[in-house]
Design a protein around this ligand. Structure first.
Ligand SMILES: NC(=O)c1ccc[n+]([C@@H]2O[C@H](COP(=O)([O-])OP(=O)(O)OC[C@H]3O[C@@H](n4cnc5c(N)ncnc54)[C@H](OP(=O)(O)O)[C@@H]3O)[C@@H](O)[C@H]2O)c1
Length: 279
C-alpha cells in the first residue's frame, strides 16, 4: 500500500495515477474526499496534514509515503509513520533549499528545510525530490491571456527552467517504487532555461495567437499583486527571487532523464497540455 498526500494537487494526482497504472494499491489523502475527483481504484481517505492525529489512521499497512510539505507538522507525521511500520518516505521539497544562502530570510526555504530535517531524523528511508519552479505557475497569466494579447508583469528577462508537473510525478513514482534512492536529494528542472517573455510567447504559439510580455516596473507590479490579495510577504519574496534571475540561465539538471529514462518534457509540451486553461 502507498499513501499519497497532496493527492488532489498538481503533482499528487499524477503520482496516484502512476502508482495505480503500475498495479499498486493506493490510499489518497485529502481534506475533502467528496470533492476530490480521484480515481475509483484509489482508496480515498480524509485527513489534514496540519492535524497529524487525522493522518495517523491512513498510515496503517503503508509501505511508502509520498509527503506533501505542510509546515509545522511533518515531525509527528513521520514519527507516526515509523511507528506504524512505514519503510520509505518521498518528500516533495524545493530546489530553493539548494541555492539558499546561509541565514537568508525566506519563509518558503525555511519550512522546506525544516521538514527535510525532521525527515532525516525519522529513521525512515527517505528521498527528497527538489523541483525548481513549476510550469503550472504560469497559469497565473491565464486571465490576462484569455482577456487579450498582453501579459503585464515584472522582470521580463528573469529566467527559469520550468518543470512539467508530470515529470516531478514520474520521478517521485519511480523513487517510491524502486530501491536504491535512500538518502538522495534530487534537484529537478525542465530541459531549457527560458525568460518570462519567451514563456509567454510560447504559450501564444500553443494557443495559436501571438501573446507578448510587457514589463512593469517592480513597484507597480508589487502594488497590483497586493491589490490582488497576495500577501505582502509573499509578493516581496517573489519579486526578490525574480530580480535575482534576470539574465541568469538556470542550470539544467539531468535527473529527470537519469531517473525516468527519457528527457524532461519541454515548456512547449507543457503549454500544449494546458491549451484549454488559456482559452
Ligand atoms: N510551485 C512551484 O513552483 C514549486 C517549486 C518547488 C517546490 N514546490 C513545492 O510543491 C508544492 C506544491 O505542489 P502541488 O502544486 O502539487 O500542490 P497543489 O496543487 O497546491 O496541491 C496541494 C494539495 O495538497 C493538499 N493539501 C494542502 N494542504 C493540506 C493539508 N493541510 N492537509 C491535507 N492536504 C493538504 C490539497 O488537497 P485537498 O484540498 O484535497 O486536501 C491540495 O490539493 C509547494 O507547496 C512546494 O512545497 C512548488
Amino acid at each position: 500500500m502507498f499513501l499519497v498526500t497532496g493527492a488532489t494537487g498538481n503533482v499528487g494526482r499524477h503520482v496516484v495515477d502512476q502508482l495505480l497504472a503500475a498495479g499498486e494499491a493506493v490510499r489518497a489523502l485529502t481534506r475533502d474526499p467528496e470533492g476530490a475527483r480521484l480515481p475509483a481504484e484509489a482508496e480515498v481517505v480524509a485527513g489534514d496534514l496540519t492535524r497529524p492525529e487525522t493522518v495517523e489512521p491512513a498510515l496503517k499497512g503503508v509501505f511508502a509515503l509520498f509527503l506533501f510539505p505542510s509546515p509545522g507538522t511533518a515531525g509527528p507525521i513521520v514519527q507516526a509513520a515509523k511507528e506504524r511500520g512505514v519503510r520509505r518516505v518521498v518528500m516533495l521539497s524545493s530546489s530553493a533549499v539548494e541555492y539558499d544562502t546561509e541565514g537568508a530570510d525566506n519563509a518558503i526555504v525555511a519550512y522546506h528545510k525544516e521538514i527535510e530535517h525532521e525527515i532525516e531524523q525519522s529513521g525512515l528511508e527517505w528521498t527528497f525530490v527538489r523541483p525548481c519552479g513549476f510550469a503550472v505557475n504560469t497559469l497565473q497569466w491565464a486571465p490576462q491571456i484569455r482577456a487579450g494579447d498582453v501579459v503585464r508583469g515584472p522582470y521580463a528577462e528573469a529566467e527559469m527552467a520550468l518543470i512539467h508537473e508530470r515529470d516531478i510525478a514520474d520521478v517521485a513514482t519511480r523513487v517510491l517504487l524502486t530501491d536504491g534512492h535512500g538518502g538522495a536529494k534530487y534537484v529537478l528542472t525542465g530541459p531549457e532555461s527560458l525568460t518570462q517573455a519567451e514563456q509567454v510567447r510560447r504559450i501564444g504559439e500553443a494557443i495559436g495567437r501571438p501573446v507578448r510580455y510587457e514589463e512593469l516596473p517592480p513597484d507597480v507590479a508589487r502594488e497590483q499583486m497586493i491589490q490582488n490579495q497576495i500577501p505582502a510577504e509573499f509578493v516581496d519574496m517573489s519579486l526578490t527571487f525574480q530580480a535575482e534571475l534576470v539574465g541568469v540561465p538556470t542550470e539544467i539538471s539531468p535527473r529527470v532523464e537519469e531517473l525516468t529514462g527519457r528527457p524532461a518534457r519541454t515548456f512547449d509540451q507543457w503549454a500544449a497540455d494546458h491549451v484549454a486553461d488559456f482559452r
